[in-house]
Design a protein around this ligand. Structure first.
Ligand code: SF4
Length: 385
């Protein structure tokens, strides 16, 4: 148990002080650090250049300056990112990469050029006709532009060999993260919702090979412990992200554990490998065409509901929590469809608003408490039926 604690402490350090992680990496390697915006950023290109890609997913803050750049109905996560950027939080970065699979990301790319001129922005557009050959070719050309921009920053070319190697490092990381999510279910007391989130989030601030080793070590240590009994309610989280930690602690306080997720910040990052092949930029572009069940990808069949239902069955979950990022239109468009689909198969769904400018968790507390009680009585009724 001591070893588990040590590993989690190391992860906590990385998450609580990303600026230190940036400084340490630069001092140790003499290489740059590039911020990667949500939701699907080809980090492998940065990694292949020997630089550190770090995740830029906002954080809890009060917005004052971002309103000078954005209208207040812009999603909460981008408000936080712009606020941090205007306050100089990202000043140690050599550049940021901003993919644009949604309208807000398209706008922030242009706003960044105007508001944060000192940090280079590498902008890229993702095609929504992602499954046709022209769409894949187009995205490959966008990734070629990112590669050229990263090469200019690093001052060295990135070889195909190096890029294919980095893709393998990332695919190995994806496999280990999937394994962790599955193993974590056996240890609900040790891997609480907040701890599960910490393990995943820490990967955004460490070199991926190093994070893979740390998570593998954690899995080995968990395997040494006896499986933990759990008498509460099990849920799947879906949405963009589930933060702050205080919110996740409310789940634990109400006897709820997280047995799986479909969050853009978590499993959507690692549930789809980059396909095999020899042309690395083509491989990266092909990944966008095989991602499924995400509100940001064009999917006329809307497979997300069925995927969630399968996840609920596979993990024996009692319900689903939709973590709705405030003012996120792609997620808001999916919500009515999910409501109908889950209702049809009698899977309880909780709508929980996520706001990075949230000052109080009291409303969330009441909703989570009510949901826990509802799940418990629903289970009792099923037992009696
Ligand atoms: S997907 Fe949603 S949360 Fe993410 S940037 Fe777009 S609007 Fe904001």
């Amino acid at each position: 148990m001591e070893a588990v604690k040590e590993i989690l402490d190391e992860m906590k350090d990385a998450v609580s002080n990303p600026r230190q992680a940036v400084k340490d990496y630069k001092e140790k390697t003499g290489k740059g650090v590039i911020g990667c915006f949500p939701v699907y950023c080809p980090e492998e290109i940065v990694h292949a250049a020997g630089m550190l890609p770090i995740g830029i997913w906002g954080g809890q803050t009060q917005v004052s300056q971002a309103h000078t750049v954005f209208p207040p109905f812009c999603c909460s996560i981008m408000q936080s990112i712009m606020e941090f950027a205007l306050k100089g939080v990202y000043s140690d970065l050599d550049a940021v990469i901003i993919p644009a699979p949604c309208d807000t990301l398209k706008s922030i790319g242009q706003d960044w050029l105007y508001a944060i001129p000192d940090i280079k922005a590498i902008l890229t557009v993702y095609p929504q006709m992602r499954k046709i050959a022209a769409g894949v070719e187009y995205l490959k050309s966008e990734f070629q532009d990112i590669k050229s921009a990263v090469e200019a920053i690093g001052g060295e070319p990135i070889s195909d060999e190096a890029l294919n190697k980095s893709i393998e490092v990332y695919n190995a990381h994806r496999r280990v993260m999937r394994e962790f999510c599955s193993v974590a279910r056996r240890y609900p007391a040790t891997v609480t919702p907040a701890v599960r989130h910490l393990v995943i989030k820490s990967g955004y601030f460490m070199e991926k090979g190093q994070h893979t080793l740390l998570v593998s070590e954690l899995i080995n240590e968990l395997h040494k412990l006896p499986a933990e009994e759990f008498k509460g309610q099990k849920v799947i989280l879906t949405g963009i992200m589930a933060e702050p930690d205080g919110l996740l602690e409310l789940f634990s306080e109400n006897g709820i554990t997280v047995v799986g997720d479909d969050l853009a910040h978590e499993s959507r990052q690692f549930r789809t490998d980059v396909p095999a092949g020899s042309d690395p930029l083509l491989r990266l572009a092909q990944q966008w065409s095989v991602i499924e069940g995400c509100s940001l990808v064009y999917d006329p069949e809307k497979k997300r509901g069925d995927m969630l239902i399968d996840m609920v069955k596979e993990s024996d979950a009692d319900g689903v929590v939709l973590c709705m990022m405030k003012f996120c239109d792609p997620e808001e468009f999916d919500y009515p469809i999910l409501t109908v689909e889950l209702e049809k198969v009698r899977i309880p769904l909780l709508y929980l608003e996520i706001d990075q400018q949230m000052q109080s968790l009291e409303q969330a507390r009441t909703r989570i408490q009510g949901f826990a009680e509802m799940l418990a009585s629903y289970k009792d009724l099923k037992r009696l039926a």
